[in-house]
Structure formats: structure tokens, C-alpha cells
Design a protein around this ligand. Structure first.
Ligand code: DX5
Ligand code: ZN
Length: 232
């Protein structure tokens, strides 16, 4: 599928839950992917960490490539690495469909986003809770997706930052209507509706899915939560 096809698939399925595989059983990826496909997800969120941009290490291209061999689901790759431009082509060759880089990790975020699109991939820009929205504003026209972190990037299982819905609402007013808004970190049945109401479309969920034995039940519960709009 082309960049456009993946973006259309995500936009068409929104609001949608994307499982973050950080806490899956890496000893049995095939089974994990099968369980998530059966749960009805449209894509997988893959967290790449370098131990420098964030104080944690996860995995890189070989795992993305292994997942690519296992599934046709959209692979949404979240790069928490310094100077991500060094590895864009490698992740494209591994089979990524969307590449999201952190604004805090790029000297020239606009150039990096352009390079991602030139590789034929969806271009995403992420920013941490401590980073003002002004930092992403100059680049939104080059983004297919903007990722508002609701925890500081680096670890699964952290508590949701309560300022996130306001940040998402501000972002929604700022970005073009066809730019996807994704939120990542500390999401569950309580925090998802707050982000959905603010305008988030894609919900990355890690521990709240992988802590449960029945992924299908968890994905259904969170997909329903993403359709709940809170009245003020
Ligand atoms: C954090 C990652 C997230 C995280 C989500 O740096 O980007 O994708 O693993 O996990 P939970 O849902 O446990 O916060
Ligand atoms: Zn992530």
C-alpha cells in the first residue's frame, strides 16, 4: 500500500486504537500479531528508543522487519532517537509505513519530514508534554500526523499528563483538517474519552492492552471509549 493508502486507512478507521508493542511477548511475535489482528486493530505502533534521546532502549530495524513479514497492518513507527534522519531509509527498507520523529530530536524538523515523504512514507511529528505547541507549529504543513505525547517519551506504564486534552484541543485548531492527531501514553478507558473529546483520532495503548488476557476485549473497550465524547 502507498503512503496515501495507509493515511486513508487510518483516517477512515478513526477514532482508532493502535497497540504499542513495547510490552508484548517478543518471544512469540507471531502469536501476538495474530491475536492483535483477531482483535481487529488496523495498525501497530512500534516504539524505537536509543538510550540517548530517551533513557531507555527498545528495538530497531530487525523487529520492524520481522513484523513486516508477519502482517499487512499499518506499521506506525515512533522514533525516539537523536538525529533520526540517519535511519529513515533503513526503517523504510524494514517496512515502516509511518515514521514519526520527535521535534526535540531534530535540528531541522521540516527537512526530516520532507525526507520521510520523499521515501513514500507518512510523516509524523511528535512532541513531549514539556514541549510547547509553538515548537511544532512551523512544521504542521509538512506533517501527515502530529503525535501529542501524554507521558514523557521513554517508558510504558507512566501516568497520563492531565494537561493533554487542552494541548490536543489547541493542536486541533492549529493543524490542517486532514492532519491526523495521535495521542500516546497512559491511555485507558478513563483518559481516552478526554482526548477524543479534544479531537484526538488515533490512540496508542500499551500496558492497558497487554496487561489484559483478552486483547480483543481490551481493544473493543478502548475503541468504544474513543467514541465517547464528554459534554462540558
Ligand atoms: C512511551 C511510548 C508509548 C508507550 C505506551 O515512550 O511512546 O507508546 O509504550 O504505553 P502505555 O500505554 O503503557 O503508556
Ligand atoms: Zn509511542
Amino acid at each position: 500500500m502507498s503512503r496515501r493508502d495507509h493515511l486513508t486507512r487510518l483516517a477512515g478507521a478513526a477514532p482508532a486504537v493502535l497497540p504499542s508493542l513495547l510490552q508484548c511477548d517478543f518471544g512469540n511475535l507471531q502469536r501476538e500479531v495474530q491475536r492483535l489482528e483477531e482483535a481487529g486493530v488496523i495498525g501497530l505502533h512500534l516504539d524505537v528508543m536509543d538510550g540517548t534521546f530517551v533513557p531507555n532502549l527498545s528495538y530497531g530495524m530487525p523487529i520492524v522487519a520481522a513484523l513486516r513479514r508477519l502482517t499487512k497492518l499499518t506499521l506506525d513507527v515512533h522514533l525516539m532517537i537523536v538525529q533520526p534522519q540517519r535511519y529513515l531509509r533503513a526503517f523504510q527498507e524494514a517496512g515502516a509505513d509511518i515514521l514519526t520523529v520527535h521535534v526535540e530530536a531534530c535540528e531541522q524538523p521540516g527537512d526530516v519530514l520532507e525526507q520521510i515523504r520523499e521515501l513514500g512514507l507518512g510523516a509524523g511529528l511528535a512532541f513531549n508534554p514539556a514541549t510547547p505547541i509553538d515548537a511544532v507549529e512551523p512544521y504542521v504543513s509538512k506533517c501527515d500526523l502530529v503525535l501529542a505525547m501524554s507521558v514523557p517519551a521513554g517508558f510504558g506504564g507512566q501516568p497520563f499528563d492531565p494537561n493533554t486534552p487542552d494541548r490536543i484541543a489547541a493542536l486541533r485548531r492549529l493543524v490542517p483538517a486532514d492532519t491526523l492527531l495521535e495521542v500516546d501514553g497512559g491511555l485507558n478507558a478513563d483518559t481516552i474519552p478526554r482526548c477524543a473529546t479534544a479531537g484526538a483520532q488515533l490512540f496508542v495503548v500499551g500496558s492497558a492492552i497487554f496487561r489484559q488476557p483478552d486483547y480483543g476485549k481490551a481493544v473493543r473497550e478502548f475503541s468504544q471509549a474513543a467514541k465517547l465524547l464528554i459534554k462540558h
